[in-house]
Write a protein that binds this ligand. Structure first.
Ligand code: SAM
Length: 291
């Protein structure tokens, strides 16, 4: 046992926490696995951890048991709050429970308000239905680097592969890989079998680590997003064709590609992150009328 609290299944049962699909609920009742995830986010002493979707609190307990200075847990499902309060009572002053929608909450603001002076991280077994939106929001944060020195997150394996993909893994490389590669160093730490969750999802999950790049190539995240949307929207077409979807009045696509130093006959899936950043910067320069 990692603490003196009852087993997670018992807690979930006592509080009537039947999993709801609409909330992306696949609970981890195995505290050893939770401890392995928490270790991946370590060292935890003095650190503030923002956990999205603590549910019945398996990972929350593991983070606290391993010494996290403070855990700020954001949970949308009010049914989970009494179970989380029991954990809080076991770890006085160390667990802050926020009831709310993680999509509407600024995680950095939570750290400013409730965090300790030490490093801050996000560690979570994410609700899969909003996982990529949450990650994209965190990676587009301004100013950069953000409040967090690491993100340790559970995704469906298929999404994890897209996060770490480069042009050499063409099938998986897309907008998410460009955004992640621009602002972070990414790697898959380990896979988790569906049977580890209740209910078991249909697919394997993977724990992913993202370490923010302190000095990413300068570029406007919104323009990078526009460029990758156009380019990957028709990923098999050459850029000189696919970038027409930028629909910027009067934009000379050939000049854009030449100015960015990107080969117009390449397809989106062949272009490195630096190429997309160059295109976003050139788009900004041309749109502002600079010559
Ligand atoms: N961390 C728990 C575990 O490992 O057993 C639960 C993980 S479960 C995959 C996802 C959790 O996110 C659920 O507890 C769910 O209620 C919560 N959740 C879903 N949507 C949310 C949202 N928009 N904001 C905050 N929490 C959310």
């Amino acid at each position: 046992m990692i603490d003196a609290l009852p087993p997670l299944r018992e807690i979930a049962q006592r509080h009537g926490l039947s999993a709801r699909k609409s909330l992306g609920q696949n609970f981890l009742f195995d505290l050893n696995l939770a401890a392995r995830i928490a270790r991946a986010a370590g060292p935890l002493q003095g650190a503030t951890i923002v956990e999205i979707g603590p549910g019945p609190g398996g990972l929350t307990r593991a983070l606290l048991a391993q010494g996290a200075g403070r855990v700020i847990a954001v949970e949308r499902d009010a049914r989970c709050l009494p179970a989380l309060a029991e954990i809080g009572a076991c770890y006085p002053e160390r667990l802050v429970i926020i009831e709310g929608d993680a999509l509407e909450i600024d995680a950095a603001e939570l750290v400013r308000r409730h965090g300790l002076a030490g490093p801050a991280r996000i560690c979570a077994n994410l609700p899969y239905n909003i996982a990529t939106v949450l990650l994209a929001n965190w990676l587009k944060a301004e100013p950069w680097p953000s409040a967090f020195d690491r993100y340790v997150l559970m995704f469906q394996r298929e999404v994890a592969l897209r996060i770490v993909a480069t042009p050499s893994e063409r099938a998986d490389y897309g907008r998410l890989g460009v955004l992640c590669g621009w602002r972070a160093k990414t790697r898959i730490l380990f896979d988790v079998d569906p049977a580890a969750f209740t209910p078991a999802p249909k697919v394997v999950s993977s724990l992913v680590e993202l370490v923010p790049n302190p000095a990413p190539l300068p570029c406007d995240a919104r323009l990078l997003s526009r460029v990758t949307k156009a380019a990957f929207g028709r990923r098999r077409k050459m850029l000189r064709q696919s970038l027409k979807a930028l629909s910027e009045p009067g934009l000379d696509i050939a000049a854009l590609l030449a100015g960015a130093g990107v080969d117009a006959t390449k397809r989106a899936e062949e272009v490195e992150v630096a190429g997309f950043v160059a295109l976003a910067r050139e788009l900004e320069r041309m749109a502002s009328g600079e010559r």
